[in-house]
Design a protein around this ligand. Structure first.
Ligand code: ASP
Length: 404
């Protein structure tokens, strides 16, 4: 019998996991350790992979001017797509009005993670006073900054530092191999994660919030199925269908882990090996994107804020809705790439337009499932970005994609 491709195995894992969760209910949580082990293995790869891959990416970019151009394009792509996503969310929530007529009852407790960090503290936090501590504490942005600097310094001393460059090159290769090995476990890991989530939630939690969920999902769908593929076609001249196939394993992993960070090794592997996007673009655009470019999260936060406003009978004016769009974009940038982070940074959005933070309690029950979907869109946004930027930089090899 022919062996199923890895991404088909992962999709099968999702389906079997859902079935197990539905049939076993709470008992499916027995599988939780397997899911946790899988996520831990993925996380184990993140920091060394970022370090090795960005250093090599920067070395191959060479000239600092090239890096500047790449950085500028990446920045513009991140911001425009995230803003666009919030507009889609706002349009839909105004149209479908999922919160109107919802009786609030007693909202559940708001999340207890404390208040979200300010933008300035995020920027200050990026500078690692001790790179080893930053690595040990999984500080992605600090490690990205250090790796960019290290790569640039290697470039500036190319002749003398040639052995170190060779070492990083080999290290990068080895990390990719390790990623492949751990990915072979993905079908099982994904199955366990899905069974546990579905088993814990059951289906009954969805009913009262069905229209709200539908609004979020419709928004995510429009952004992921229409807007991003359109950009991919027009700017990246990359066939969305072929690109989607190449990214399937990463998207399925994002869906089941609800963490862009945990998915990062898989995203990079798919982009480089399947979609053939060059390492110098992937290594720069994707780790940064996993941390700051979250289209799905921004869209979700915009919808959720207006949903809460509607449920409290508050009408937000157009300028207030623009504030929601802006703060949702900022909040998504500040959100960590881990499960549930978007729910926490939503406090920023609610406070900006004077909505009660307790409103978050209302949507807690269905957050996980929406988190899985928005994380998938977050990862898809980063992936499309790397293809588009590679094309705009003239770095997409002609054999990477069918021209459309
Ligand atoms: N879980 C999301 C991610 O990792 C962040 C969020 O909670 O929205 O991309």
């Amino acid at each position: 019998m022919p062996r199923l491709k890895l991404h088909s195995q992962i999709l099968l894992g999702i389906v079997v996991g859902i079935i197990l969760g539905l049939t076993l209910g709470e008992r499916a949580t027995l599988l939780a350790p397997i899911g946790k082990a899988f996520i831990a293995l993925l996380k184990m790869l993140i920091m060394p992979l970022i370090l090795a891959s960005i250093v090599m990416g920067i070395v191959s970019i060479g000239d600092a001017r090239n890096l500047g151009r790449l950085g500028a394009k990446t920045f513009v792509y991140y911001l425009t797509t995230t803003f666009l996503a919030t507009f889609i969310g706002l349009a839909l929530v105004n149209l479908l009005k999922p919160g109107v007529g919802i009786s609030l009852g007693t909202p559940g407790p708001p999340p207890t993670h404390g208040s979200p960090p300010s933008l300035l503290s995020i920027i200050m936090d990026m500078i690692p006073s001790n790179i080893f501590r930053a690595l040990a504490q999984d500080k992605v942005l600090s490690t990205i900054l250090f790796s960019i600097l290290l790569g640039s310094a290697l470039n500036a001393t190319r002749e003398r530092s040639a052995p170190l460059i060779t070492l990083f090159d080999a290290f990068n290769e080895v990390m990719m191999k390790l990623t492949q090995w751990i990915m072979a476990l993905a079908p099982l890991g994904v199955l366990a994660l899905m069974a546990t989530t579905v088993g814990k939630l059951g289906l009954s939690v969805f009913k009262p919030l069905a229209l709200y969920m539908l609004t979020v999902l419709a928004g995510l769908g429009i952004h992921a199925i229409l807007i991003l593929p359109l950009l991919l076609t027009l700017l990246g001249r990359y066939s969305p269908r072929r690109f989607f196939q190449a990214m399937l394993s990463a998207l399925a992993t994002a869906f089941s882990t609800a963490s862009s960070a945990a998915t990062l090794p898989v995203t990079m592997e798919c982009l480089e090996k399947e979609a053939r996007i060059p390492n110098q673009v992937v290594s720069f655009v994707v780790p940064l994107g996993a941390t700051v470019n979250m289209d799905g999260t921004a869209l979700y936060e915009a919808v959720a804020a207006l949903f809460i406003a509607q449920a409290y009978g508050v009408t937000l004016t157009l300028p207030q809705q623009l504030t929601v769009s802006l703060t949702a974009t900022l909040a998504s940038i500040g959100a960590a790439a881990i499960p549930g982070a978007g729910l926490v940074t939503m406090v920023i959005v609610l406070k900006a337009v004077n909505l009660p933070v307790e409103g978050i309690g209302m949507i807690l029950a269905v957050d996980r499932i929406l988190d899985m979907c928005r994380t998938t869109v977050n990862v898809w946004g980063d992936a499309c970005g790397s293809a588009i930027i590679a094309r705009l930089e003239g770095l997409l090899p002609s054999n990477a994609t069918k021209e459309v």
